[in-house]
Design a protein around this ligand. Sequence first.
Ligand SMILES: [Fe+2]
Length: 162
Amino acid sequence: MCEYCGCQERDVIAELTAEHDRLRDLARSLNAAVNAADLAAAGRLAEQMHAVLGPHTEVEESALFPALAADFADQLAQLVAEHRDIDAVLCELASGQPQTGWRLRTQLALAHLFDHILKEQDGVFPAALATLTTADWDTLSAARDRAHRATRTRPSAALSPA
Ligand SMILES: [Fe+2]
């Protein structure tokens, strides 16, 4: 785990990791709601996860991944695709009217989410610590500030994919 490589000493990485922890907590609750076939609770939890994922993926995709793209383009493209797949399932659930098979799709998406988080924490974050320049870290901090400002000012209207 990246606790050993020192990447957690970077504020941005520590924050992304804390968001992963929050997502895992919500995902466990969502899994319980799915097992209970409680669509209302599942929708609320999906909304909460979407709210965390929006700025989180914005920071990763606008600043962290581009800084690593020269060395890990294929792996990062896969992570971006996973962001879209997971968020699509959350948006469908949050709509309150998911298509038939929503329970299985959600369980699969949550399994992918846990795997995705491990790939970022065991691969992307340590690679960032070893690779990013001071300018890259500044870009990452600016992206984080932008994403959080946008979240504070965004109207809480209908959900749309991140
Ligand atoms: Fe990610």
